[in-house]
Design a protein around this ligand. Structure first.
Ligand code: MIG
Length: 817
């Protein structure tokens, strides 16, 4: 790790001197020359060009784009010249032509939509935003500023906003620290961080997007700048929040709430959502560094089926390749990969293979030869090819920011896909290089025609690699959904891949950390995420592994993985009672697949996260800003994993409303903490009253057998509640042509009845005919069940659950006493 020579406290203990309209920040730690920051002066005038507004202080220019009613984008051009408008995060800025009014008085210029106002203060160019009730939500604490000191090579750009006493901060991707970022100072620079620690920064991904909640109102700031970027959430100065970058343009989006959910939704409007994954990708995945030779992989496959533990995917880590050369096979370990993949597929296992960016320098290796001839590899400023050591030895690296390279790379998957490989795992794409860590700063990138050095391209390199992978496989597979997973990423990476949190450790602390990281990724626009279940390095004991499987059951992406020097790590490796409990939870994952898939659809279609921290349910309750164990999985199931050894019970906070303990069906009122028993066999799981939770029968893998019946668990409530069930073919993009089925269940009840309305939309018809209804929590003895006016036979089982069956086509259900 790099030594931190400057103490940041000293570095920012600046002396402010007023001088000729500019404020010079004199930094004593700098010694030789003071850092000279330039600040916006006084806005002289405003020009309007459609939904774009330009302000100028005579030299610097500020552009404000009204993106829609809730979003405005602010850009600064220190000398009046804006950079080309290009972003990997926001490929197309979808402006909605909304009415904007521009007004001016002696104090300010003001741009207003129906929902927000942007104020540009005449005295000092402070920019602030307010809602329609004129409540200021975000206000500059200094004017936007920059440095053009030659010693840094280019502009450093800064924005500083007011930070309020009870303002709290969320988001920013995978930072391994408390969920609430208040008081933190963090940086974005994609870094391979093997066995990272609590508070280590930065890690693998750069997501320059955060959400703040102040006095119950949320807004987001998306600082779309790919350079090394920094954030300070009231750390150096409790009254200020800053974000700045070591280059590039000061460009940020103000995204209005008022709810955190609205902010996340709008962020996805800008950066896109995750496409629907193949249904099997929501099943259980088993990974290891590495399963080889073939006999070993087959043994693991057999182990799953013999132990009757469901599993859909097996992974091949780097040892499947010939000398770690991408797109080759080690034929000694895997003599006939095609046959092996086919036979694994026959018993339901999809094979996922790893692909790293480093290409071995080897003139007998066709991929290197072609890349070299076509000059597809990254070069230094003096035009020599950039070289570094990674697993294959001496390597060169494709410039994935070049569209032609991406296209070429995409075609390289042809053979793997044709052999039956079902998914691709992109590792080391920060990019990671042994020794030096990453590429030298002077490496040149094509950057889709907006050329730049590695300083600009570093944080997007991995995203462009997995984009090439995703798009390539999508082309090859025609209308079938690719499955991809990446370690590095930048905002927008969710359009191309799922994400895992990298090389964690088999410790309780990492289980806690992972639980926070997944919630944080979820609100930062990365819905399909998971940790290495069990911990990558080190050895979990049976208890830790089982607790991790239990938590992982409710992670959008569920994969166990472990480093090469650890003991066997399959769900049955720890013996009883662990094996049975692991099985029970993995089975639960498969039972809940239709629910999870529907939550995924809600993400894809509407931009909602799959995991939602408690603060997202009740942001106006200040205490919730500091809760980080509980979250909901979709909007109906609340989870509180057990994160400590030997824990026999734990406190769980339930948001207001009525909840059912999933294991006992006991009704609990929310709005407070409850003490819940946590024997090794369970973790706290609560279902929101009024929910309809669909369940598929347990299978050893997705589509093992046709589904004959879907179970609908209906939880009585005394208020109206909506639930959805999304289904489709599970493999194709037909959903883009509306070939799916979306069912809506509206439940309402009182002390003597429960009614449910059922409606259907879409062009897909699931194959199964009927539902098995399980009605839970009726506060009365049911005397009559009728569907569309006809009486239905029913039974009440020993758990007081009302049971009956009916075909899936009906509109109205009524249960009365
Ligand atoms: O330098 O491919 O995070 O999941 O098993 C280590 C070997 C490279 C790091 C990944 C890990 C993977 C491992 N990789």
């Amino acid at each position: 790790m790099e030594e931190n020579i400057l103490n940041p406290k000293e570095l920012f203990n600046e002396l402010v001197v007023e001088e000729e309209g500019f404020r010079h920040l004199n930094n004593p730690a700098d010694g030789i020359k003071p850092i000279t920051k330039k600040y916006l002066g006084i806005p002289e005038k405003v020009e309007q060009l459609g939904n774009k507004f330009y302000f100028s202080d005579g030299d610097a220019k500020v552009e404000i784009i009204v993106v829609n009613e809730e979003i405005m984008r602010v850009r600064l051009a220190p000398h009046g010249v804006f950079l080309d408008d290009f972003s990997y995060a926001v490929p197309v800025l979808k402006n909605k032509p909304v009415p904007v009014t521009l007004t001016e008085d002696e104090k300010e210029f003001r741009l207003s939509t129906q929902i927000i106002n942007c104020h540009v203060r005449k005295a000092d160019f402070f920019i602030s935003f307010s809602d329609k009730d004129d409540v200021i939500t975000s206000a500059d604490a200094t004017p936007m500023h920059w440095e053009e000191n030659a010693q840094f090579g280019g502009y450093y750009v800064y924005c500083t906003k007011e930070c309020h006493p009870d303002e709290n901060f969320f988001g920013l991707g995978d930072k391994p620290t408390e969920l609430n970022l208040r008081g933190k100072r963090l940086s974005n620079w994609n870094t391979d961080a093997y066995s990272f620690n609590w508070n280590q920064d930065p890690l693998y991904r750069s997501i320059p997007f955060y959400i703040t909640v102040n006095e119950g109102i949320a807004h987001g700031i998306f600082f779309d700048n790919t350079y090394k970027a920094h954030f300070d959430f009231g750390s150096e100065d409790r009254t200020k929040t800053s974000f700045w970058a070591d280059g590039g343009e000061l460009q940020y989006y103000y995204i209005h709430g008022p709810h955190m959910m609205d902010v996340v939704k709008s962020y996805h409007l800008l950066t896109g959502t995750h496409p629907m994954p193949p249904l099997w990708a929501l099943g259980y995945h088993q990974c290891r560094w590495s399963y080889y030779p073939e006999a070993k992989l087959r043994m693991v496959a057999k182990g799953f089926r013999e132990n009757k533990i469901p599993c859909d995917a097996l992974y091949l880590d780097i040892d499947y390749m010939d000398g770690y050369r991408c797109f080759t096979w080690n034929r000694r370990y895997f003599p006939d990969p095609r046959k092996m993949i086919k036979e694994l597929a026959d018993s339901g296992f999809k094979t996922v293979v790893i692909i790293d960016p480093g290409i071995r320098v080897d003139d007998n290796y066709p991929i290197f030869k072609e890349g070299k001839e076509k000059r597809y590899f990254c070069r230094r400023s003096d035009d020599y090819f950039m070289e570094g050591h990674v697993w294959p030895g001496r390597c060169q690296f494709p410039d994935f920011t070049n569209p032609e390279v991406r296209e070429w790379w995409g075609t390289l998957f042809d053979e793997l896909v044709e052999m039956g490989v079902a998914g691709v795992w992109n590792d080391m794409n920060e990019p990671a290089v042994f020794g030096s860590g990453t590429f030298p700063d002077d490496v040149r990138h094509q950057y889709d025609g907006y050329r730049g050095s590695h300083r600009k391209a570093h944080n997007v390199y991995g995203m462009q690699m997995v984009r090439a992978t995703y798009e390539g496989i999508r082309n090859i597979k025609k209308n079938k959904r690719p499955f991809t997973i990446t370690r590095a990423g930048y905002s927008g990476v969710q359009r191309y891949a799922s994400v895992w949190t990298g090389d964690n450790v088999a410790s309780w602390e990492h289980l806690q950390l992972g639980n926070i990281q997944l919630q944080r990724l979820s609100v930062s626009g990365i819905p399909f995420c998971g940790t290495d279940i069990g911990g990558f390095s080190g050895e979990p004991d049976g208890e830790l592994f089982t607790r991790w499987i239990q938590a992982g059951t409710f992670a959008p992406f569920m994969r166990a993985h472990s480093a090469g020097d650890t003991k066997e790590r399959e769900p049955w490796s720890f013996g009883e009672p662990y094996t049975s409990i692991n099985r029970k939870f993995i089975e639960l994952r498969y039972r809940l697949l239709p629910y999870l898939y529907s939550a995924f659809w809600e993400h894809h279609r509407y931009g909602f996260p799959i995991l939602r921290p408690v603060v997202m349910q009740e942001q106006s309750v200040l205490k919730n800003h500091f809760r980080q164990d509980e979250f909901t999985f979709g909007d109906k199931i609340l989870i509180c994993p057990v994160l400590r050894p030997g824990q026999k019970s734990r406190k769980v906070y339930l948001p207001k409303g009525q909840w059912y303990n999933f294991w006992t069906n006991e009704v609990v009122s929310g709005g407070d903490e409850v003490e819940v028993l946590t024997p090794l066999e369970t973790i706290p799981v609560f279902i929101k009253a009024g929910a309809v939770i669909p369940e598929y029968p347990v299978m050893q893998y997705v589509n093992e057998k046709p589904i004959e019946e879907v179970k609908l668990n209906i939880y009585h409530s005394d208020y109206e509640a909506n639930s959805f069930l999304f289904e489709d073919h599970g493999e194709s993009f037909a959903y883009e042509q509306d070939i799916y089925s979306e069912k809506k269940f509206v439940v309402n009840g009182d002390t003597s009845s429960l009614v449910m309305n059922h409606s259907m939309e879409g062009l897909y018809t699931p194959r199964y005919d009927g539902y098995l209804f399980n009605v839970i929590g009726l506060p009365f003895v049911p005397a009559k069940v009728s569907i569309d006016g006809k009486d239905i036979e029913f039974a009440v089982n020993s758990d007081k659950i009302l049971e009956f069956r009916h075909t899936k086509s009906f509109k109205h259900l009524e249960i009365t006493n």
